[in-house]
Design a protein around this ligand. Sequence first.
Ligand code: SAH
Length: 224
Amino acid sequence: MFKELLGKKYDDYLGFIRRSMIQDQIVSRGVKDRRVLAAMHKVCRHCFVPEDLVTRAYEDYPMPIGRGQTISQPYIVALMSELLELKGAERVLEIGTGSGYQTAVLAELAAEVYTMELFPDLAADAARKLKGLGYTSIKFNTGSGTAGWPEHAPYDAIIVTCAAKAVPPALLEQLKEGGRLVIPVGEEGRQDLKQLTKTSSGITENSVCAVRFVPLLDVLPPEP
Ligand code: SAH
């Protein structure tokens, strides 16, 4: 709708609205990594929300994407991306493709992205969108990510975009030494966002802030 109304000015409008999102929601809350801010400016969040929410795509909220799942709030995507400490050459595993928005941000920040999604229709939608946007460094896997994706391990960084009751051991196993795992851990309704780092002497843990994510599911729920 905006595209038709604004014509040639549409890209300027999107540039403006994304810069505002970055300043008002992300920089103001302390995210500093310049590569993360550039990726958040580049990726079209409105490409990843349902059609009826396109005009609200840059607002400061998570939004429903179907199947009871959500696209995360822009700030949380930026914060988790920063906590992965990516420089550009890494291999990253993502559990919970969802809309594919975080996946696109990861693809801007790292060399290879492996992403897993439990719901086949969400996985197919995200793969279609990301391929359509020209991303070629992303590999997709439909199924539960609780056991990770051992074929491509070890990973420099792993991100889980749904809440785990406890850290799945396979994910720590599949992390390189020096690698970071960013994951919300806790009960339904409120979790701690944790950044775990694998070192030669074990795992170090940094509790970053309280968050609220949809749960990491064990199995695909029955159709309603
Ligand atoms: N990063 C996504 C967040 C989606 S919400 C985005 O910004 O759009 C979390 C996603 O995790 C949901 O799509 C949900 O279906 C998925 N999920 C839940 N349990 C899972 C599991 N065991 N394995 C893989 N994906 C899972």
